[in-house]
Design a protein around this ligand. Structure first.
Ligand code: AMP
Length: 383
């Protein structure tokens, strides 16, 4: 069968078996759909709550064909699929968001070229092929700067901070695969993000702008809404809309941004999938980012992305924070989410908790720490 809107009982194919797929599959189930997961890892979080699973490499044509044959529409929770794999899937079933959007987000040079071409500001940047190119880029952009791989980087992996010209050779040698990208260092006042959904008919829903705090390059806490001036919020929302429209998005997209010291908003990166900074929407919104993900790819109407409560979301990362689980279950007001991962390796996102507040009463710093009870951030200042 085919055709949108997808009738209840249809099967949604999700590439990737992690927590984003798990929470999308739970939202899909509420809307009467089944999910089928393509993943390399048997028993991964999304497979535990889904009707079907294909265990395979993301490049293997026979498995990709079998996966496509089992589903009515395909989406992603994981972006590192080869271009050939994507094209094969798209030749067999509708892929939403489109392979073109996925390609744009997979490569930082393509992504930043697209953004700047659409009039969206970013940090100054230059593509870097070799050490001479890096020296030239550092000369033009200035130091400090951040050297990154163009592909396959996440949670701060695949990047190096350059403070002095002596740092260049070692950083260039250490980062792979080449080519690289050099970005000017933004001494940001805040990191914010906006999650949006867009339908095939151009319908559009955007969640409120949120503030994100990182620890060891991994998202630690999201505050919803962001505590930003209205002018900053307007820029962030306008940028998110422009990105979604320019991409002709069908699906869900997160736009991660910096607010610089002058109150200007610059895009860091885009992710055409549910995003960690949108997890608060499960508990604080009538329709979460995961429901909007499923609705947008299934061709269902998009409800407004309204928020009935303010929220603080705290990630549970690695064995230390996973060990807090019994205390979390006993802490009044903390809404627990665990992803079903077998092993709590260091730096691995194992779950999250959300705390709700009546609209307009997000507490100050001290109140946030005390509201998170046993999971209060360590406050080590590492961003
Ligand atoms: P990314 O992998 O690009 O999302 O970067 C991970 C984190 O590194 C961001 O959330 C920022 O905290 C920091 N970062 C990345 N790029 C820059 C930049 N150009 N200037 C300052 N901080 C950055």
């Amino acid at each position: 069968m085919s055709g949108f809107p997808l009738p209840p009982g249809s099967t949604i194919g999700l590439v990737g078996g992690g927590q984003l797929g798990r929470m999308s599959a739970l939202a899909a189930a509420r809307l009467g759909y089944k999910c089928h997961i393509l993943t390399r890892e048997p028993g991964s979080p999304a497979t535990q709550v889904s009707a079907g699973v294909t265990i395979s490499d993301y490049q293997e044509p026979t498995s990709l064909r079998a996966f496509a044959a089992a589903v009515d529409v395909i989406s992603f929770e994981f972006e590192n699929v080869s271009a050939e794999g994507l094209d094969l899937l798209a030749s067999l079933k509708p892929v939403r968001p489109s392979p073109a959007i996925l390609r744009t987000s997979q490569d930082r040079v393509v992504e930043k070229s697209f953004l700047n071409g659409a009039g969206v500001p970013t940090a100054p940047w230059m593509a870097v092929e070799d050490l001479d190119g890096l020296r030239e880029a550092a000369g033009r952009i200035g130091l400090p700067a951040v050297l990154k791989t163009t592909r396959l980087g996440y949670d701060g992996k695949g990047q190096a901070m350059l403070r002095r010209s002596e740092d260049l050779p070692a950083a260039f040698a250490a980062l792979a695969p080449k080519p690289l990208i050099l970005e000017g260092f933004i001494d940001f006042a805040q990191e914010i993000s906006v999650v949006v959904a867009r339908g095939e008919d151009g319908s559009y829903s955007a969640f409120d702008t949120v503030e994100n705090r990182h620890s060891n390059h991994i998202l630690d806490v999201t505050l919803a809404p962001a505590r930003i001036p209205e002018s900053v919020d307007r820029q962030a929302q306008a940028i998110a809309r422009r990105v979604a429209d320019e991409l002709a998005l069908v699906g869900l997209l997160a736009v991660e941004m910096f607010v610089d010291s002058r109150g200007r908003v610059l895009v860091n990166e885009i992710a055409p999938r549910p995003h960690n900074s949108g997890h608060w929407t499960i508990d604080a919104c009538p329709a979460s980012q995961f429901e909007l993900h499923i609705r947008s790819i299934a061709g269902l109407p998009l409800p407004p992305a309204v928020r009935h409560s303010d929220a603080v979301m705290k990630n549970l990362v690695g064995p230390e924070e996973t060990a807090l689980w019994p205390a979390i279950l006993g802490a009044p007001g903390l809404i627990p989410h665990l992803y079903g991962k077998a092993e709590a390796r260091s730096g691995r996102k194992m779950g999250h908790v959300t705390r709700l507040f009546p609209r307009g009463s997000l507490p100050g710093e001290f109140g946030i720490a005390s509201a998170l009870g046993p999971t209060a951030p360590r406050g080590d200042g590492a961003c």
